[in-house]
Design a protein around this ligand. Structure first.
Ligand SMILES: [Zn+2]
Length: 156
């Protein structure tokens, strides 16, 4: 490294107050336990900021951590009680919704069908089928689980 090279630092922006901070690259393993630097960054810097500056947001995170822990523990059992099944289903839905990488709008479906060369008449027949399949896969519309609130998980 020559004297003109600045060390790399990555930016982190708080989604609540938009405060910007910088940290050196972390060596985070895909699988396995991270080192003390990772723990310090996440627990000290990020969690510390939420706890001190945004206690209401931290409260949501903390309650979700508890819920996710319970979900993972329950996933290790075959549980017969329908009340537990309903609660787990809502949490599973919230995780699925919050972590979904791709969102497909009605317009995207129509655009893709048109670009694939389908006629207007064909799109009118196929479009609703594709929207229904999207809704089934993403649990939206008529497939949304009963009792779902708009924000079951922390979303800032
Ligand atoms: Zn903040």
């Amino acid at each position: 490294m020559n004297g003109n090279t600045k060390p790399i630092k990555y930016r982190a922006v708080c989604n609540v107050c938009h405060r910007i901070s910088y940290a050196p690259p972390l060596d985070i393993p895909i699988i396995g336990q991270g080192d003390a630097q990772i723990e310090q960054y996440i627990m000290g810097s990020l969690v510390g900021h939420l706890q001190s500056e945004h206690p209401e947001a931290w409260g949501l995170v903390a309650s979700n951590i508890k819920e996710i822990g319970a979900f993972l523990a329950c996933a290790m059992f075959e549980l017969q009680d329908p009340a537990i099944q309903g609660r787990l289903n809502l949490l599973r839905y919230a995780l699925h919704t919050a972590t979904r990488k791709v969102r497909i709008s009605d317009g995207t479906i129509l655009d893709r069908l048109a670009r694939a060369g389908f006629t207007t008449e064909e799109i009118e027949r196929i479009g609703p089928v594709m929207r229904d399949m999207r809704d089934a896969l993403t649990e939206e519309g008529q497939y949304k689980p009963e009792g779902v609130k708009d924000s079951n998980l922390v979303t800032v």
